[in-house]
Ligand binder design. Sequence first.
Ligand code: MHF
Ligand SMILES: O=c1ccn([C@H]2C[C@H](O)[C@@H](COP(=O)(O)O)O2)c(=O)[nH]1
Length: 283
Amino acid sequence: MKQYLDLCRRIIDEGEWVANERTGKRCLTVINADLTYDVGAGEFPLVTTRKSYWKSAIAEMMGYLRGYDNAADFRALGTKTWDANANENQTWLNNPYRKGEDDMGLCYGAIGRNFPKPDGGTVDQLRQIVDDLSKGVDNRGEIFTFYHPGALHMACLRPCMYSHHFSLLGDTLYLNSTQRSCDVPLGLNFNMVQVYFLLAIMAQITGKKPGKAYHKIVNAHIYEDQLELMRDVQLKREPLAVPTFKINPAIKSLEDLETWVTLDDFELEGYEFHDPISYPFTV
Ligand SMILES: Nc1nc(=O)c2c([nH]1)NC[C@@H]1CN(c3ccc(C(=O)N[C@@H](CCC(=O)O)C(=O)O)cc3)CN21
Ligand SMILES: O=c1ccn([C@H]2C[C@H](O)[C@@H](COP(=O)(O)O)O2)c(=O)[nH]1
């Protein structure tokens, strides 16, 4: 939580205004932030200075792991966060590759689990990583990437957190996640939970101990219409104690994640938070 608040303050103190053509809004921006979550020690990185919809964040990551490409599938899992990007962005609505209502296109897990090979066919990166790690193998390239420069025009949005690189030291699993663009008031709330969750669940299904997760952000920004709420409301509050995150121990494989797991398999103990703040969302 301190890392999050420090980054928010840094953007306000040192950020530069950058005009963004895609959204038509200006963002107060800094370049490069490195956050670390000690998953082995159970330090769940949850925002307490406003109500955080952490189950939505987990639903998003579950949808990426399952390779979903449709906002309706994300809604069925328990989050509406892809509705606007799938159905309200005019550029995407005009895109000939859009397959209709709720289609998100070739993004995130939809490409990551079905990554086109130049010599034909596709690769399921996640299946390969889970198989390697389960056998104790780290080939120094256990990378789950969503970034395919030749497919960006076929998706409603380019992936923001676009690479997850797993490493083993003995029985301990580590994760380095990289994010190219970060909406700090809204997106980062979710992305911190997702990086922690990804390491915790991958350690559980591959039979490893979770170590640390390292989260690199390149462009970290606050949209102009979010600034006042962040500076004058959220940053005036004192953080509260962090809760404990629990995963159903019956989840043992990638197949479990793909088939029967729901948001009821994840719990938080002792989550205290300040009043909700509703930040403007930019499509
Ligand atoms: N501008 C922008 N910021 C993002 O963070 C973002 C995108 N676009 N597009 C793709 C995904 C969708 N994500 C989203 C979308 C909406 C919320 C959101 O509205 N959050 C509210 C309510 C969440 C809820 O009720 O489930 C929040 O207060 O956190 C958060 C992340 C993250 N990503
Ligand atoms: O997981 C996510 C997904 C998206 N975002 C934010 C970051 C940006 O504000 C927008 C994407 O816009 P681009 O013009 O493609 O950079 O969505 C996030 O923070 N986290």
